[in-house]
Design a protein around this ligand. Structure first.
Ligand SMILES: *Cc1c(COP(=O)(O)O)cnc(C)c1O
Length: 363
């Protein structure tokens, strides 16, 4: 085929998704496997969301409400910002895609912590903008380091809080200093996909800094604590000037009708929310103890996942764990070739993971 492809598109490496359970079971001829690789909710979806979906299914012949009125109203009440400050996305991933499309031109620079969520880099490159990487410092996002890399070409900065894959957070104090020292036109995107799991009282909540005169975007998702990853729904909170721009380029029905009713219902499911958060905290503490007993270095996290230093080739550990029916995430593609990342599962899954890991490490 003779087609011309932009160099910046050719520079993109496809996102490596966590291995689906079905793929593992097909390839290895096993069943009863468990997946701790994509930070999903082990309790399943929010029950209230499921109920709402059942009712809404009867209207699947209709187009969704393109304005997302109901979920936006609900979000607006829950977090205390005006509806015109909220944009729904087909996952918060789509908000990132819209932001770069609406705001970056080829040659513009976007500053990204590294390692962090791989989607930032893919999206930035997809519009011909230039990713500028700032390495983590002791696994945390280095805000002074980011500030040092700002040039006249910098348009956007991504901050993942808590950071995926390290689970570290930015403090309010660090963020204050950062905001006060950067030029006013730079768009700061704070991705809070795991914010509900945070236990550190010093952690930044970027929603507190929302202001119609500040180019700050907060990203939130229903994929993690609400258990709706398969439905694809998330949102961005931002000044009206930015939400109006995003609404110009947004596909009219980007948030599907089932996702919309599920999101609105999930926000009311406080029981499920608390149950999930409790399960994650208990699970983290249990798993940390187990890592200590196994003599493995691990990194305490503010999210529903954490890193383990396996001191061996992580891809090999990943493969050997697969044979035991446990899917973990090798951190090789994130630049940590001897680390794995796992998310908290159900208590029985956590026990099974620990047993499998101790066997793999010892063999
Ligand atoms: C899981 C995750 C998201 C959520 O993406 P969705 O598109 O909403 O499913 C966003 N940011 C980070 C860092 C994540 O890990």
């Amino acid at each position: 085929m003779k087609i011309s492809v932009p160099d910046y598109i050719l520079s993109i490496k496809a996102y490596p998704p966590g291995k689906p359970l079905e793929a593992l079971e097909r390839e290895y001829g096993i069943d009863n496997s468990i997946k701790l690789a994509s930070n999903e909710n082990p309790l399943g979806p929010s029950p209230l969301a499921l109920q709402a979906i059942e009712t809404a299914m009867k209207k699947l012949h209709r187009y969704p409400d393109g304005s997302g009125h109901d979920p936006i109203k609900k979000i607006s009440e829950k977090i205390g910002v005006a509806p015109h400050n909220i944009v729904l996305g087909n996952g918060s991933d789509e908000i990132i895609a819209m932001l770069v499309r609406a705001l970056l031109q080829p040659g513009d620079e976007a500053i990204l912590p590294r390692p962090s969520f791989l989607i930032y880099e893919i999206m930035v490159r997809s519009v011909g903008a230039v990713p500028v990487y700032v390495p983590l410092k002791r696994l945390s996002i280095d805000l002074p380091g980011i500030e040092n890399r700002i040039t006249s070409r910098t348009r956007m900065v991504f901050i993942c809080n808590p950071n995926n894959p390290t689970g570290t957070v930015v403090s309010k104090k660090e963020f204050n200093e950062f905001l006060n020292s950067i030029p006013p036109g730079i768009i700061v995107v704070v991705d809070e996909a795991y914010i509900e799991f945070v236990r550190d009282p010093n952690c930044l909540y970027s929603m507190d800094y929302q202001d119609d005169n500040r180019p700050l975007v907060t990203l939130r998702t229903f994929s993690k604590v609400y258990g709706l990853a398969g439905l694809r729904i998330g949102y961005g909170v931002m000044p009206k000037e930015l939400s109006e721009l995003l609404n110009r380029i947004r596909l009219p029905f980007n948030a599907n009708s089932l996702a919309q009713v599920a999101a609105a219902a999930a926000l009311d499911d406080t029981m499920f929310l608390h149950k999930t958060i409790h399960l994650v905290h208990e699970g983290l503490d249990f798993l940390y103890d187990c890592m200590e007993r196994l003599g493995l270095e691990y990194f305490p996290s503010q999210a529903n996942f954490f890193l383990i230093n396996v001191k061996r080739d992580a891809d090999e550990i990943f493969e050997n764990m697969l044979r035991k029916g446990v899917i973990v995430r090798s951190m090789t593609s994130y630049g940590y070739p001897e680390y794995i990342r796992i998310n908290v599962g159900l208590p029985v899954e956590n026990v099974r993971f620990v047993k499998a890991l101790s066997e793999v490490i010892q063999s």
